[in-house]
Design a protein around this ligand. Structure first.
Ligand SMILES: Nc1ncnc2c1ncn2[C@@H]1O[C@H](COP(=O)(O)OP(=O)(O)O)[C@@H](O)[C@H]1O
Ligand SMILES: [Mg+2]
Length: 316
């Protein structure tokens, strides 16, 4: 589904963002003109290798770093403080304060009266499964618990937009699962969530849309389902009614087209190859032929691989 049909106006729009950092000789172009939109009730996931510019982008969107070019437009109305952000690393909370004290502190900092901040704080700690840790200093919590507390702190003032930079980095599976469930709930509440992650399975489970960032540029962006199904690398799956026999001469012919044969199933990539393979299989009875969708990890590595091939074949 097109987000523009479902949610006519974005809550946030970034136009041609540029950022460069000084390095020993000249400049490092961390962002080379990145544009994106974020909609209500969706999770947009930014993927990209280390150094692609994800954290820089999140910091600019959250208003923590000034871009060298372009602008960020926040279109959400009716709130004084729009955003919540959890940035990389563990530095989003005061380690010597308890979990609840942190939430009260950040709540009042962002405009809540202390009583309301306390109420919201307790409610959020309950939601993230940390109710029993409310009075414990953050420094004594596990990494996963700290991350959940940081998420609660980012949400204490109920912002409509949430940025999460690598929220599952270094957390255990239980905390990952808690974060995943919680993100889906936030989305249902109509929040706009932008997150970065290295974990493809996590991204695939939560992302309505994905954007792949490489060397400061968005190289692919779209609705998760559509990019996976529409990808030219997605294989066709041919299911036969009976498996091919061991000594079947067709096996060698199929392998020549790089078809993968597994019992009754033959997989091929590319439409032309599909027709060649169907000709080889003719007249065996078929059960079905379908397009498989690629996994996000498969798509990601294919895109990065293709791009680096193209770049390395450019004259220097
Ligand atoms: N404060 C900074 N000073 C200089 N270079 C930086 C700074 N922050 C990031 N960079 C560089 O900018 C590029 C993008 O970094 P970053 O946004 O952290 O990428 P990612 O989060 O995708 O790993 C990297 O090459 C990184 O080394
Ligand atoms: Mg980063």
């Amino acid at each position: 589904m097109n987000p523009n049909v479902q949610n006519p106006t974005p809550v946030l729009q970034a136009h041609a963002l540029r950022k460069r950092y000084p390095k020993a000789k000249g400049w490092l172009e961390a962002l080379k003109g990145v544009s994106l939109q974020l909609f209500r009730g969706e999770i947009l996931t930014l993927l990209g290798p280390n150094g692609a510019g994800k954290t820089t982008l999140v910091k600019i969107l959250a208003g923590l770093v000034e871009p060298d070019g372009g602008r960020v437009e926040v279109l959400q109305e009716g709130k004084r403080t729009w955003m919540g952000a959890v940035l990389e690393g563990n530095r989003n909370l005061y380690w010597r304060l308890t979990a609840l004290e942190n939430l009260i502190y950040f709540g009042t900092l962002r405009g809540l009266i202390p009583k309301e901040a306390r109420r919201r704080g307790l409610e959020l700690l309950e939601t993230v499964g940390l109710a029993e840790k409310a009075q414990q200093t953050v420094g004594t919590l596990s990494r996963g618990q700290q991350q959940r507390a940081a998420l609660a702190a980012a949400l204490v003032h109920d912002p409509p937009i949430l940025f999460l930079d690598e929220p599952t980095l270094g957390v255990d599976l239980e905390a990952q699962e808690a974060i995943r469930t919680w993100l889906l709930r936030l989305k249902e509440q109509g929040k706009a969530v932008l997150l970065t992650t290295h974990q493809m399975d996590f991204a695939e489970a939560v992302a309505d849309r994905v954007a792949i960032l490489q060397e400061g540029e968005v190289v692919l962006e779209g609705r998760t389902q559509e990019v996976l199904e529409g990808s030219p690398g997605a294989p066709y799956r041919i299911e036969l009614q009976a498996p091919l026999g061991e000594g079947d001469p067709r096996l060698a012919q199929l392998r020549a087209f790089e078809a993968e044969v597994e019992g009754k199933v033959v997989r091929v990539v590319g439409e032309e190859t599909l027709w060649e393979v169907l000709r080889i299989l003719d007249p065996l009875p078929l059960e079905r032929v379908e397009r498989e969708s690629l996994s996000l990890a498969g798509l990601f590595w294919r895109i990065l691989g293709e791009r680096s091939e193209r770049c390395s074949s450019l004259p220097t």
